[in-house]
Design a protein around this ligand. Structure first.
Ligand SMILES: *Cc1c(COP(=O)(O)O)cnc(C)c1O
Length: 389
């Protein structure tokens, strides 16, 4: 591939404007199927449904523009998009295992990734080990004769544990193991795992890639050969595709990806600088923070962190913690992240849910996502709420 030209990728790549009246924005090709002018065309299209337009479950011109941009962003040959991040993760995993195989996964992945390995795959005879993948030795020790897949998520999105991507890739290659990484936290702007030899990059595109909290989607980026394999099996048979209209929204979202993530990154760093000196703050989790145990490795393989970080506050009263959370008005209390709006997930919200166990995290732990608002405006809010703690 040519040199990495972010501006070209986001502004031009995949957009053949002369095909649609030189319109600046690509049209939403809202069509389920495509006609052929003769049998020659018909046969040619059916020889390769991934690169021709036959039926929108397989390929659609609007979706294809998005696929090309995402593949280029992750420095891979091709990409497939799905109706959710979980759909992309499931396709990458299912397409690379069969009954009798074994998967190694870092021990704190996204909850539904964990559920896929723990609850669904055992029904089809696929086993797994969750390992502390911050330790390459632990991964090596978990390798078995039937290990075919190593699933990474670096950083993950609560405590931001990091895996050494170059070391993981080298180890996997030695044992003939395919590597998959959930790269949602960093986005392709701050980390390209293919630089370190990782085979498949998956993203919850719901987060930074779309970035406006209005589309749920997923992508996997890999070699042409891998993408063709997963297209022929998981995408076409399970059919969890992205609709053309959603693809157009994501193309629009991507135009500002570098600006958005840069703003979130700078604002998160500003808020951390305020929080770290506050007497009510016990600990901060952020990969580039000086207190982070893997800061050096993070800085080696990432170019930035973005807007997600976690804080443990100092209090021994659940009532005070609840009052503090309720005083925060400018952060929405909600799951997800990567959009325009600042968010928080207070662990205390998972306490005392009828029929559920309390989580292992202390109730003083809060994950924040910093969106595009003025960081001073956000700090004013946190500062006034902290008076309650
Ligand atoms: C949100 C998320 C997912 C799931 O993506 P959906 O688009 O919600 O299916 C997977 N991995 C990570 C790290 C996430 O944050």
């Amino acid at each position: 591939m040519e040199s990495y030209d972010l501006d070209h990728i986001l502004t031009h790549l995949g957009e053949n404007r002369e095909q649609y009246f030189n319109a600046i924005s690509p049209p939403v090709i809202q069509s389920s199927n495509f006609a052929f002018s003769d049998l020659h065309e018909f046969r040619e299209a059916f020889s390769d449904e991934l690169s021709h337009h036959v039926y929108t479950r397989g390929n659609n011109p609007t979706v294809e523009i998005l696929r090309k941009k995402l593949a280029a962003l992750e420095k891979t040959e091709d990409a497939l998009v799905f109706s959710s991040g979980v759909g992309a993760i499931a396709a990458a995993v299912l397409g690379n295992v069969k009954a009798g195989d074994h998967i190694i996964c870092q021990n704190a992945p996204y909850s539904w990734t964990k559920a896929l390995l723990r609850n669904l795959l055992p029904r089809f005879g696929v086993e797994h080990s969750f390992v502390d993948a911050t330790d390459i030795q632990a991964i090596e020790e978990a390798v078995k004769e039937n290990t075919t897949l190593l699933f990474l998520e670096s950083p993950n999105t609560m405590t931001f544990d990091i895996q050494d991507l170059a070391a993981c890739s080298a180890l996997a290659k030695k044992h003939g193991i395919t590597t998959v990484i959930d790269n949602s936290y960093s986005s392709p702007i701050f980390q390209n795992p293919s630089d370190f030899g990782i085979d498949i990059m998956v993203h919850s595109g719901t987060k930074y890639l779309n970035g406006h909290s209005d589309v749920v989607f997923g992508v996997l980026c890999a070699s042409k050969k891998m993408v063709k394999k997963l297209f022929d099996s998981e995408l076409m048979t399970l059919g969890g595709i992205l609709a053309p209209h959603d693809a157009a929204l994501v193309i629009r979202g991507l135009r500002t990806l570098p600006l958005r993530i840069d703003r979130s990154d700078k604002s998160a760093n500003y808020l951390i600088s305020k929080l770290e000196s506050h007497p009510k703050v016990e600990k901060i989790w952020y990969p580039f923070h000086h207190s982070f145990p893997q800061q050096e490795l993070a800085m080696k393989q990432m170019r930035g962190c973005g807007g997600l970080f976690s804080v443990q506050f100092k209090t021994d009263s659940m009532e005070k913690m609840e009052a503090f959370i309720h005083r925060i008005k400018r952060f929405l209390m909600a799951v997800s992240w990567g959009g325009h709006e600042s968010l928080m997930i207070p662990t205390i919200g998972f306490y005392n849910i009828p029929g559920k166990q309390n989580p292992p995290m202390p109730y003083t732990f809060v994950r924040f996502y910093i969106g595009l608002e003025d960081p001073n405006w956000l700090w004013e809010d946190l500062e006034q709420a902290l008076t309650e703690l």
